[in-house]
Design a protein around this ligand. Structure first.
Ligand code: PAF
Length: 281
């Protein structure tokens, strides 16, 4: 596997690479990431994974400095699953002096995570746009756990007619239902036990939807009743999966998303109801 640290090195690799699948990450790779890289390897002639903890998507009081980093383990995992290149740029490489251009997504980025973390999606949209420009992938893989991020990126790709296919990938969970996340590393054993209430709440709403419940307020209350045991719930949203606008009337498809503080971890999770992830491709 080639490890590229500069844009020039990555572009030199890219010129010889053919059809490229790309997975942008912030490192601290876990089994969920591995799953996704394996899928990309099956689909592509060559797979490039970026590892870059992007400072511009963190708020001033968020965990940029303490975000888990383990480059050696990440590179080992990527080489082991057959990635052809890892792009591991420095902050200076991605944001050289004088850097001033930002990609500002529209209303889809203003709700939920966008409301809770002002500027977050501008940081994500800018770095992903720049990474697409550098890597020029045929396909790019995004996980469902960050559902709003997936929809923001799909919207940007459509709006700017970018020549890349976004491949949505199902959330990977531990056997007991906890969505895999690099931030799970912050949880103590007791906090991890409590965090299970998040997926339990979402699954209870999914079961109610399967049994015919369509009222968004009742679905929200089902989640809140269980997930609030995990910690401090920031929001539970029952929204249109395409626009992420909050539903105020029964609908045949929805995404239920939540964010919750559990100890010092801020965890997000979601379930998609009444449609398949593949419908978003
Ligand atoms: O999902 C992530 O890890 C990040 O938001 C991404 C897409 C790599 C951009 O920094």
């Amino acid at each position: 596997m080639e490890v590229c640290r500069t844009v020039a090195e990555l572009r030199a690799w890219r010129r010889a690479a053919g059809d490229v699948g790309f997975f942008p990450t912030m490192g601290a790779l876990h089994a969920g990431h591995r799953d996704l890289v394996e899928r990309a390897v099956r689909d592509s002639e060559a797979v490039c994974v970026s590892i870059f903890v992007n400072p511009t998507q963190f708020g001033p009081h968020e965990d940029y400095r303490t975000y888990p980093r383990d480059e050696e383990a990440d590179l080992r995992l990527l080489a082991g699953v057959g990635a052809a290149a890892a792009f591991v740029p420095s902050v200076e490489e991605m944001h050289p002096p004088g850097d001033q251009t930002r990609v500002v997504p529209g209303t889809i980025a203003s709700r939920l995570e966008g409301a809770a973390r002002p500027g977050h999606f501008t940081g994500v949209a800018t770095v992903v746009t720049k990474l697409f420009e550098i890597v020029r992938p045929t396909r790019a893989y995004f996980g469902q756990k960050d559902f709003q991020q997936l929809r923001v990126i799909q919207t940007i790709v459509r709006d700017l007619a970018m020549d890349v296919r976004i491949v949505p990938c199902a959330t990977v969970r531990d056997g007991d239902g906890l969505a895999l996340s690099s931030r799970n590393a912050y949880l103590s054993a007791d906090e991890r036990r409590r965090a299970l209430c998040l997926s339990r709440g979402l699954f209870a709403a999914r079961d109610a939807f399967a049994a015919g419940e369509r009222d968004p307020a009742r679905l929200r209350r089902i989640v809140e009743g269980i997930a609030s045991e995990a910690g401090r719930l920031e929001y539970v949203s029952v929204a249109d999966p395409m626009t992420l606008a909050e539903l105020d009337a029964p609908a045949e498809s929805a995404v239920i998303s939540l964010a919750c503080r559990v100890g010092r971890a801020r965890l997000i999770d979601n379930v998609l109801l009444g449609m398949d992830l593949a419908d978003l491709s």
